[in-house]
Ligand binder design. Structure first.
Ligand SMILES: Nc1ncnc2c1ncn2[C@@H]1O[C@H](COP(=O)(O)OP(=O)(O)OP(=O)(O)O)[C@@H](O)[C@H]1O
Ligand SMILES: [Mg+2]
Length: 241
Protein backbone atom coordinates (compact mmCIF):
# COMPACT_ATOMS: atom_id res chain seq x y z
CA UNK A 1 0.00 0.00 0.00
CA UNK A 2 2.70 2.48 1.01
CA UNK A 3 4.58 1.99 -2.26
CA UNK A 4 1.50 2.59 -4.34
CA UNK A 5 0.79 5.84 -2.55
CA UNK A 6 4.31 7.16 -2.61
CA UNK A 7 4.71 7.46 -6.37
CA UNK A 8 8.49 7.31 -6.10
CA UNK A 9 8.67 10.63 -4.29
CA UNK A 10 12.12 9.99 -2.88
CA UNK A 11 15.28 9.81 -4.96
CA UNK A 12 17.36 6.62 -4.53
CA UNK A 13 20.07 8.44 -2.57
CA UNK A 14 17.71 10.50 -0.42
CA UNK A 15 19.14 14.00 -0.76
CA UNK A 16 17.10 17.06 -1.59
CA UNK A 17 14.24 15.11 -3.11
CA UNK A 18 13.01 14.19 0.33
CA UNK A 19 9.24 14.36 0.49
CA UNK A 20 7.69 17.30 2.25
CA UNK A 21 5.79 14.92 4.49
CA UNK A 22 6.22 11.30 5.40
CA UNK A 23 3.57 9.61 7.50
CA UNK A 24 4.49 6.18 8.84
CA UNK A 25 1.95 4.02 10.64
CA UNK A 26 -0.13 7.03 11.64
CA UNK A 27 -3.33 6.40 13.56
CA UNK A 28 -5.67 8.85 15.22
CA UNK A 29 -8.51 8.23 17.62
CA UNK A 30 -10.44 10.77 19.66
CA UNK A 31 -12.43 8.70 22.14
CA UNK A 32 -12.32 4.94 21.87
CA UNK A 33 -8.88 3.67 20.79
CA UNK A 34 -10.66 0.60 19.40
CA UNK A 35 -12.39 2.84 16.87
CA UNK A 36 -9.69 5.04 15.31
CA UNK A 37 -10.66 7.64 12.70
CA UNK A 38 -7.37 7.05 10.85
CA UNK A 39 -5.67 3.64 10.88
CA UNK A 40 -2.04 2.95 10.22
CA UNK A 41 -1.57 5.45 7.38
CA UNK A 42 1.58 5.51 5.27
CA UNK A 43 1.87 8.48 2.97
CA UNK A 44 4.54 10.59 1.30
CA UNK A 45 3.70 14.04 -0.02
CA UNK A 46 6.21 15.38 -2.52
CA UNK A 47 7.19 19.03 -2.77
CA UNK A 48 5.06 20.78 -5.36
CA UNK A 49 2.28 18.24 -5.65
CA UNK A 50 -1.42 19.03 -5.43
CA UNK A 51 -2.90 16.29 -3.32
CA UNK A 52 -6.65 16.13 -2.90
CA UNK A 53 -8.26 14.03 -0.17
CA UNK A 54 -11.84 12.87 -0.59
CA UNK A 55 -14.13 10.68 1.48
CA UNK A 56 -17.60 10.76 2.94
CA UNK A 57 -18.45 13.19 5.73
CA UNK A 58 -16.87 12.01 8.97
CA UNK A 59 -14.29 9.83 7.18
CA UNK A 60 -11.36 11.76 8.67
CA UNK A 61 -10.31 14.32 6.03
CA UNK A 62 -10.09 17.25 8.44
CA UNK A 63 -8.46 14.98 11.00
CA UNK A 64 -5.71 14.16 8.49
CA UNK A 65 -5.23 17.79 7.45
CA UNK A 66 -5.00 18.84 11.09
CA UNK A 67 -2.22 16.29 11.62
CA UNK A 68 -0.33 17.52 8.54
CA UNK A 69 -0.72 21.13 9.64
CA UNK A 70 0.48 20.34 13.17
CA UNK A 71 -2.81 21.50 14.66
CA UNK A 72 -3.11 18.08 16.28
CA UNK A 73 -0.92 15.07 17.02
CA UNK A 74 -1.30 11.45 15.97
CA UNK A 75 -2.31 8.84 18.53
CA UNK A 76 0.36 6.54 17.09
CA UNK A 77 2.95 6.58 14.32
CA UNK A 78 5.44 9.12 12.99
CA UNK A 79 5.00 12.31 10.99
CA UNK A 80 8.13 13.70 9.40
CA UNK A 81 8.46 16.99 7.61
CA UNK A 82 11.55 17.12 5.38
CA UNK A 83 13.08 14.45 7.54
CA UNK A 84 12.30 16.09 10.87
CA UNK A 85 9.85 14.42 13.24
CA UNK A 86 6.86 16.55 14.13
CA UNK A 87 4.99 14.19 16.41
CA UNK A 88 7.65 14.49 19.13
CA UNK A 89 8.13 18.28 19.03
CA UNK A 90 7.06 20.24 22.11
CA UNK A 91 4.19 22.73 21.79
CA UNK A 92 6.31 25.83 21.20
CA UNK A 93 8.41 24.17 18.47
CA UNK A 94 5.29 22.81 16.88
CA UNK A 95 3.72 26.27 16.89
CA UNK A 96 6.87 27.72 15.31
CA UNK A 97 6.80 25.04 12.61
CA UNK A 98 3.15 25.78 11.90
CA UNK A 99 3.67 29.53 11.72
CA UNK A 100 6.67 29.28 9.37
CA UNK A 101 5.95 26.36 7.11
CA UNK A 102 2.18 26.04 6.85
CA UNK A 103 -0.53 28.19 5.31
CA UNK A 104 -4.12 27.27 6.17
CA UNK A 105 -7.31 27.98 4.27
CA UNK A 106 -10.60 26.94 5.88
CA UNK A 107 -14.12 26.65 4.55
CA UNK A 108 -15.29 29.56 6.69
CA UNK A 109 -12.64 32.09 5.56
CA UNK A 110 -11.61 32.87 9.18
CA UNK A 111 -10.32 36.38 8.60
CA UNK A 112 -9.92 38.51 11.72
CA UNK A 113 -13.07 40.67 11.67
CA UNK A 114 -11.54 43.65 13.51
CA UNK A 115 -8.64 43.98 11.07
CA UNK A 116 -8.71 45.35 7.53
CA UNK A 117 -7.80 43.17 4.58
CA UNK A 118 -4.27 44.59 4.55
CA UNK A 119 -3.89 44.09 8.31
CA UNK A 120 -5.12 40.50 7.99
CA UNK A 121 -2.35 39.86 5.47
CA UNK A 122 0.28 41.69 7.52
CA UNK A 123 -0.37 39.51 10.55
CA UNK A 124 1.32 36.26 9.40
CA UNK A 125 4.05 38.18 7.61
CA UNK A 126 4.99 40.11 10.74
CA UNK A 127 4.60 37.06 12.99
CA UNK A 128 7.32 35.53 10.85
CA UNK A 129 9.63 38.45 11.48
CA UNK A 130 9.27 40.37 8.23
CA UNK A 131 9.91 44.11 8.75
CA UNK A 132 6.67 46.06 8.44
CA UNK A 133 7.66 47.95 5.29
CA UNK A 134 8.77 44.79 3.50
CA UNK A 135 5.64 43.00 4.67
CA UNK A 136 3.39 45.86 3.56
CA UNK A 137 5.01 45.96 0.12
CA UNK A 138 4.59 42.20 -0.26
CA UNK A 139 0.95 42.29 0.83
CA UNK A 140 0.16 45.15 -1.56
CA UNK A 141 1.82 43.26 -4.40
CA UNK A 142 -0.11 40.06 -3.65
CA UNK A 143 -3.38 41.98 -3.53
CA UNK A 144 -2.60 43.76 -6.80
CA UNK A 145 -1.66 40.49 -8.55
CA UNK A 146 -4.93 38.97 -7.39
CA UNK A 147 -6.92 41.98 -8.62
CA UNK A 148 -7.96 42.81 -5.04
CA UNK A 149 -5.95 45.99 -4.45
CA UNK A 150 -9.01 48.15 -3.93
CA UNK A 151 -10.10 45.97 -0.99
CA UNK A 152 -7.01 46.66 1.14
CA UNK A 153 -8.64 49.09 3.57
CA UNK A 154 -11.94 47.24 3.93
CA UNK A 155 -13.00 45.00 6.78
CA UNK A 156 -13.94 41.35 6.11
CA UNK A 157 -17.68 42.00 6.63
CA UNK A 158 -17.49 44.56 3.83
CA UNK A 159 -16.43 41.86 1.34
CA UNK A 160 -18.37 39.26 -0.62
CA UNK A 161 -17.74 35.66 0.40
CA UNK A 162 -15.67 34.96 -2.71
CA UNK A 163 -13.51 38.01 -2.01
CA UNK A 164 -13.03 36.96 1.60
CA UNK A 165 -11.86 33.54 0.51
CA UNK A 166 -9.38 34.98 -1.99
CA UNK A 167 -8.00 37.22 0.75
CA UNK A 168 -7.82 34.13 3.00
CA UNK A 169 -5.74 32.39 0.31
CA UNK A 170 -3.35 35.35 0.14
CA UNK A 171 -3.10 35.36 3.92
CA UNK A 172 -2.17 31.68 3.80
CA UNK A 173 0.71 32.29 1.37
CA UNK A 174 2.03 35.73 2.38
CA UNK A 175 4.75 34.28 4.63
CA UNK A 176 5.81 31.96 1.79
CA UNK A 177 5.06 28.68 3.55
CA UNK A 178 6.25 25.36 2.15
CA UNK A 179 2.82 23.79 2.31
CA UNK A 180 -0.69 25.16 1.86
CA UNK A 181 -3.46 23.14 3.49
CA UNK A 182 -7.01 23.91 2.43
CA UNK A 183 -9.95 22.21 4.14
CA UNK A 184 -13.01 22.38 1.88
CA UNK A 185 -11.86 25.78 0.55
CA UNK A 186 -14.75 26.18 -1.88
CA UNK A 187 -17.52 24.84 0.37
CA UNK A 188 -19.23 28.21 0.74
CA UNK A 189 -18.63 29.50 -2.80
CA UNK A 190 -20.50 29.50 -6.08
CA UNK A 191 -18.84 27.96 -9.15
CA UNK A 192 -17.23 31.15 -10.40
CA UNK A 193 -15.81 32.15 -7.03
CA UNK A 194 -14.65 28.58 -6.44
CA UNK A 195 -12.76 28.70 -9.75
CA UNK A 196 -11.10 32.00 -8.89
CA UNK A 197 -10.13 30.76 -5.43
CA UNK A 198 -8.65 27.57 -6.88
CA UNK A 199 -6.78 29.57 -9.54
CA UNK A 200 -5.24 31.66 -6.80
CA UNK A 201 -4.32 28.61 -4.71
CA UNK A 202 -2.77 27.00 -7.74
CA UNK A 203 -0.86 30.15 -8.69
CA UNK A 204 0.78 30.08 -5.28
CA UNK A 205 1.70 26.41 -5.21
CA UNK A 206 2.81 23.62 -7.54
CA UNK A 207 5.46 25.06 -9.83
CA UNK A 208 6.82 27.15 -6.97
CA UNK A 209 7.71 23.91 -5.20
CA UNK A 210 5.02 24.54 -2.64
CA UNK A 211 2.73 21.61 -2.05
CA UNK A 212 -1.00 22.02 -1.78
CA UNK A 213 -3.15 19.58 0.17
CA UNK A 214 -6.92 19.97 -0.04
CA UNK A 215 -9.87 18.08 1.40
CA UNK A 216 -13.14 18.34 -0.44
CA UNK A 217 -16.45 16.97 -1.68
CA UNK A 218 -16.30 19.20 -4.76
CA UNK A 219 -15.68 17.97 -8.32
CA UNK A 220 -14.14 21.35 -9.09
CA UNK A 221 -11.44 20.89 -6.47
CA UNK A 222 -10.87 17.28 -7.48
CA UNK A 223 -10.23 18.54 -11.01
CA UNK A 224 -7.14 20.42 -9.76
CA UNK A 225 -5.51 17.35 -8.21
CA UNK A 226 -2.22 15.90 -9.36
CA UNK A 227 -2.99 13.02 -6.99
CA UNK A 228 -6.29 11.95 -5.50
CA UNK A 229 -6.69 9.79 -2.41
CA UNK A 230 -9.82 8.64 -0.66
CA UNK A 231 -10.19 7.90 3.04
CA UNK A 232 -12.23 4.76 3.41
CA UNK A 233 -12.66 2.96 6.73
CA UNK A 234 -9.78 4.98 8.15
CA UNK A 235 -7.35 4.07 5.40
CA UNK A 236 -6.06 5.91 2.33
CA UNK A 237 -6.82 4.39 -1.03
CA UNK A 238 -5.87 5.80 -4.45
CA UNK A 239 -8.77 7.18 -6.47
CA UNK A 240 -8.76 8.04 -10.19
CA UNK A 241 -8.25 11.82 -10.77
N1 LIG B 1 -12.06 17.02 18.23
C1 LIG B 1 -12.78 15.90 18.07
N2 LIG B 1 -13.20 15.20 19.13
C2 LIG B 1 -13.88 14.04 18.99
N3 LIG B 1 -14.22 13.52 17.78
C3 LIG B 1 -13.83 14.19 16.69
C4 LIG B 1 -13.09 15.41 16.77
N4 LIG B 1 -12.84 15.84 15.52
C5 LIG B 1 -13.41 14.93 14.70
N5 LIG B 1 -14.00 13.95 15.39
C6 LIG B 1 -14.69 12.77 14.82
O1 LIG B 1 -13.78 12.14 13.92
C7 LIG B 1 -14.46 11.70 12.75
C8 LIG B 1 -13.81 12.32 11.52
O2 LIG B 1 -14.07 13.72 11.54
P1 LIG B 1 -13.50 14.70 10.43
O3 LIG B 1 -13.87 16.06 10.85
O4 LIG B 1 -12.04 14.42 10.25
O5 LIG B 1 -14.30 14.22 9.13
P2 LIG B 1 -14.32 14.86 7.66
O6 LIG B 1 -13.97 13.77 6.71
O7 LIG B 1 -13.49 16.09 7.64
O8 LIG B 1 -15.87 15.21 7.49
P3 LIG B 1 -16.57 16.42 6.64
O9 LIG B 1 -16.54 15.98 5.20
O10 LIG B 1 -17.96 16.47 7.17
O11 LIG B 1 -15.79 17.67 6.90
C9 LIG B 1 -15.92 12.05 12.94
O12 LIG B 1 -16.59 10.92 13.42
C10 LIG B 1 -15.90 13.14 13.99
O13 LIG B 1 -17.05 13.13 14.77
MG1 LIG C 1 -13.93 18.10 7.37
Amino acid sequence: MADKLNNGAESPDGGDDRPDFRLSGVSKHYGNPERPVLRDLNLDIAAGERLVIIGRSGSGKSTLLNLLGALDRPSAGEIRYRGQRLDTLDESRLAAFRRREIGFVFQAFNLVPTLTVLENLLLPAELNGLPRRTAAARCQRLLAEAGLAELAARYPDELAGGEQQRVAVLRAVVHEPSVVIADEPTGNLDLDNARRTLDLLQAHSGDRGRSLVMATHSRQVIGRATRLLEIRDGRLVPAPC
